[in-house]
Ligand binder design. Sequence first.
Ligand SMILES: O=C(O)c1ccccc1NCC(=O)[C@H](O)[C@H](O)COP(=O)(O)O
Length: 241
Amino acid sequence: MSNRLELLPAVDVRDGQAVRLVKGASGSETSFGEPLAAALAWQSAGAEWLHLVDLDAAFGTGDNRALVREVTERLDIKVELSGGIRDDATLAAALATGCRRVNLGTAALETPEWVAKVIAEHGDRIAVGLDVVGTTLKGRGWTKDGGDLFEVLARLDAEGCARYVVTDVNRDGTLTGPNLQLLRDVCAATDRPVVASGGVSSLADLRAIATLVPEGVEGAIVGKALYEQKFTLEEALEAVS
Ligand SMILES: O=C(O)c1ccccc1NCC(=O)[C@H](O)[C@H](O)COP(=O)(O)O
């Protein structure tokens, strides 16, 4: 494991547009234009990863599959793909985009046998998104309760899950800072790498997350702070280098 925090700028897509939500709530979108333009801008700024979310697929309001495939194909950097990947067909379509890995969320809560099977088949191309309010997991676009964080984490660890993307839903898109205690608690409960998501507002937040690399935090997803120009991606990469 590297001792440098990886940064994953986020492009969340709703109805063909790059958007930011507040606490993941459907209807709270602010639009930031073309997803491909945003992704190419992060790549030019030095990103090694893109976190790409199909929000329509996550919410069950359609999908942006063609656009997600186009973005993934046009980039040279690694892509982590999230949103609505819940069965063989959606997983096959997601992996066929050429993304480096996918995040499963709802499926880990609702169809655990299938998730165990695809973890066994695809190894570290599968990550699980642990999206929580308190210690209650959220599925179906973060709208439905789905069990206890630490019980599900223990089960996924036993099944060989390679990596977790941990989001405090109440911080997501709020620019109120990451939930560092949640990240510490998850790292204490698993030996798998953790990607932090939600709430980053400043370079100080990124430096604070970087102090958790020795505990198991591997990366941090950054969305709204970049779109609202709280700092540039170049500054962020410098801050964690
Ligand atoms: O990732 C999902 O599947 C998802 C589902 C429903 C609502 C939101 C979802 N993801 C949001 C993100 O991954 C954000 O891009 C990320 O947490 C960045 O948050 P922030 O830096 O606070 O804008």
